[in-house]
Ligand binder design. Structure first.
Ligand SMILES: [Zn+2]
Length: 54
């Protein structure tokens, strides 16, 4: 089964979690991939999709 980032993003409502402080951020996946998004708490730029921890 093919997976597309855009589809995954839609499924998870464009929410990402900061790898450092676990803050949830809503952002466009394109911006995440281009590292144009920084965490509002720690200014980190490493995010993961909110898949885990369900
Ligand atoms: Zn953070």
């Amino acid at each position: 089964m093919a997976k597309f980032p855009e589809a995954a993003a839609r499924l998870h409502k464009n929410i990402f979690v900061c790898r450092k402080c676990k803050t949830k951020m809503r952002a466009n996946i394109q911006k995440i991939m281009l590292k144009k998004v920084s965490c509002r708490k720690c200014q980190g730029k490493a995010f993961r999709p909110i898949k885990k921890g369900k």
